[in-house]
Design a protein around this ligand. Structure first.
Ligand SMILES: Nc1nc2c(c(=O)[nH]1)N[C@H]1C(S)=C(S)[C@@H](COP(=O)(O)O)O[C@H]1N2
Ligand SMILES: [Mo]
Length: 325
């Protein structure tokens, strides 16, 4: 996206993580401060008040060699890499936020193929490297708002889902897109419990899926997606509650009818199919008016469509968002 989304907070919230993401501008600044690129460490220290090595405890490594494009940005402090990769919801690996980081390492990512089928001109099965060769990764910094009323700001790598959909040529019957997570209780021990119906499934309306903000993520913080974040391929729809962002996808099916979605099946009165972030529609058991930004102290107001109203509100013109929550 060329423009920052509406509702961006002031630049005073910029942090060292963001400096990391702004590496190109930053290199220019570093040269300005010190006159040499060798002064990068010193300039980072100057900006952050901390030595460069301490910028993040388990700092992510250098960005991908071929440099992802930087696009949408929230203008907010990034959630530290350590929090993004240790505070997770991935019920296939357990219900505690720390379970996925402990248990997901064993997930076998190769070989991994994604079946794209249904209402398309030609169904096909593609592997991740093929997808990445078709669509080079872009960097997108998005807010992620969990329905549990916490949020993060995450620098994803990925490509617009719409580009993939256009490539497989939907038929005129295609109205929705259904997604399926890997089903393999051997590898995903949570699937041996009946806490949810497995496999995890999700869906979008076709126009939502084609929206340029909708991403298929293959990485974060400039490196491949950690397993606990849904490797090798997960959905990111930043204006919807986090549970729409289905992880470890093996199948994408274009459909004529609205597909089922796991949390809606589990508790239809609590989790809708649309699941647009909406501070005016509370969860039956808690308010959605505010949220806790992981790593920050004060609660903040939750924004309509998670701050992306300018880009996406028109998709829902004429739809009663209280009924279709
Ligand atoms: N397959 C699968 N996808 C999933 C989940 C899950 O349990 N299983 N949890 C969802 C929820 S509730 C959230 S908030 C996000 C969390 O993504 P993160 O752990 O990368 O922050 O993943 C979503 N995708
Ligand atoms: Mo969530």
């Amino acid at each position: 996206m060329k423009r920052p989304p509406s509702g961006s907070p002031p630049p005073s919230e910029v942090t060292p993580e963001q400096v990391y993401l702004r590496r190109r501008e930053f290199l220019k600044q570093a040269a300005y401060f010190t006159g040499t690129v060798a002064g990068v460490g010193g300039a980072l220290q100057f900006l952050s008040g901390r030595p460069i090595g301490k910028l993040r405890g388990d700092a992510p490594p250098e960005p991908l060699a071929n440099g992802p494009k930087e696009t949408a940005d929230t203008g907010e402090a990034l959630t530290p890499y350590s929090a993004v990769t240790t505070y997770n919801n991935f019920y296939e690996f357990g219900l505690d936020k720390g379970d996925p980081a402990r248990l997901a390492a064993s997930l076998v990512l190769e070989p991994w193929t994604v079946l794209i089928d249904g209402e398309v001109r030609q169904a096909r099965r593609v592997d991740i490297s093929t997808l990445q060769s078709w669509f080079p990764p872009e960097e997108r910094i998005y807010r992620m708002r969990c329905v549990e009323a916490w949020s993060m700001v995450i620098p994803w790598l990925g490509f617009p889902l719409g580009e993939l959909i256009r490539r497989v040529e939907p038929t005129s019957k295609a109205k929705f897109v259904a997604f399926t997570t890997l089903l393999d209780p051997e590898q995903l021990p949570g699937q041996r419990s009946d806490v949810l119906d497995w496999p995890y499934v999700e869906g979008l309306r076709l126009d939502e899926a084609l929206h340029p903000l909708t991403l298929l993520a293959t990485g974060l913080y400039g490196r491949p997606l950690p397993n606990q974040n849904g490797a090798p391929l997960r959905l990111v729809v930043p204006w919807k509650y986090g549970f729409k962002n289905i992880k470890s996808i093996v199948r994408i099916t274009l459909t004529e009818r609205q597909p089922p979605s796991t949390w809606n099946l589990a508790a239809p009165g609590e989790y809708g199919f649309y699941a647009n972030v909406n501070p005016q529609v509370n969860h039956p058991r808690w308010s959605q008016a505010t949220e806790r930004r992981i790593g920050q102290f004060n609660r903040r107001a939750t924004l309509p469509f998670n701050g992306y109203a300018e880009e996406v509100a028109h998709l829902y013109d004429g739809l009663d968002l209280r009924r279709f929550f």
